[in-house]
Design a protein around this ligand. Structure first.
Ligand code: 13P
Ligand code: SF4
Length: 321
């Protein structure tokens, strides 16, 4: 047995022994996705965290995801393989600055994308993910002005989709802002039959080229069920692992980044700080653990619960600009 297979066996044994569940995001490295009990988008992972019977949740994703799982599950131990797994969107929105922004614009309903800290969620009326954001915005009475944070690109997309005027926080995802529109257009000319599928964290200029826009889970569903044969995929490259499994006969082409990098595709450095070995060690040592003070947890739970109540099923509507 090679080292990697040995680690995988240890993880599977520990999972059983400790009644642990591994939840992984589609941007995690392939080996982590393969050893996980559930792989999903941010909404699917929150829903799975809300219904698990496990005593330990190992969250193979980034900090705000593990934090959300802990907010929902105060009595369970929630572990994150590496506490440095942050997110540029969450970092763009410090709670103190956001609180001042809200005070400067009183009377607004505050919608926060799940990619933010627990402290920011305490300032929020309702949380959303990319797969339920349209439904969340549409659930707000038409006469209520809205603040949306922290992703300005998702915010602009939602303004177009819902026709609502929203005040946007100036945050963005480093990965989705890194796509090069000129290289993308060249690629589209090279593959005239390819459909472009894009995540709504991408810039408007990229979204305008897309045949389909959706969360990671929605992009996977579209590529699997669509009748086309070639797709240019504008999101983090980790998704290609599941996409190849779901649609083995289709040609998948990663959207090109502005800066050339070694794999000619876009990787989230935060997601990729988790490794199979760190996953094993965190399950073995039950650390690093996510801890949240109870006052913050209870306040942050309110907008998350509102989102979960509103999101029986992720929407699968054909999304474009
Ligand atoms: P979803 O998987 O919910 O689409 O989110 C993408 C993302 O960037 C997570 O950080
Ligand atoms: Fe954050 Fe972007 Fe990485 Fe997702 S891909 S964790 S939004 S930096």
């Amino acid at each position: 047995m090679n080292v990697k297979d040995g680690i995988i066996k240890e993880i599977i044994d520990l999972k059983k022994k400790k009644n642990a569940v591994i939840l992984a995001h589609y941007y995690q490295e392939a080996a982590i996705q393969d050893v996980a009990d559930f792989v999903g988008d941010s909404l699917g992972l929150s829903q799975e965290a809300a219904k698990t019977n496990a005593d330990i949740i190992v969250f193979a994703g980034v900090h705000f995801m593990a934090e959300t799982a802990k907010i929902i599950n105060p009595t369970k131990k929630v572990l994150l393989p590496d506490l440095n797994a942050g997110c540029s969107l969450a970092e763009s929105c410090p709670a103190g600055d956001f609180e001042k922004f809200i005070k400067q614009h009183p009377g607004h309903t505050v919608v926060t994308y799940i990619n933010c800290s627990a402290d920011v969620k305490t300032l929020s009326d309702i949380v959303c993910t990319s797969s339920n954001a349209v439904n969340v915005i549409n659930s707000i009475p038409k006469d209520r002005p809205i603040i949306f944070a922290p992703d300005k690109n998702l915010g602009k997309y939602l303004i177009k989709k819902t026709g609502r005027d929203m005040l946007l926080w100036d945050g963005s995802c480093v990965v989705h802002e890194a796509f090069s529109i000129s290289k993308l257009l060249n690629l589209a000319a090279e593959y005239p039959n390819a459909k472009i599928v894009a995540h709504p964290e991408s810039e408007e200029v990229v979204l305008k080229t897309a045949h389909f826009i959706g969360s990671t889970a929605e992009m996977l569903k579209f590529v699997k069920e669509d009748s086309g044969k070639q797709y240019i995929v504008a999101t983090e490259a980790g998704i290609l692992h599941q996409m190849v499994k779901d649609a083995p006969t289709k040609e998948l082409i990663p959207a090109p980044a502005k800066e050339d990098n070694t794999c000619a595709c876009s990787e989230c450095a935060y997601m990729k700080v988790n490794t199979l070995e760190k996953l094993y060690l965190c399950l073995k040592n039950e650390t690093p653990e996510i801890l949240i003070d109870e006052t913050t947890r209870l306040k942050a739970l309110i907008p998350i619960t509102r989102m979960l109540e509103l999101s029986g099923k992720p929407s699968s509507a054909a999304n474009t600009l």
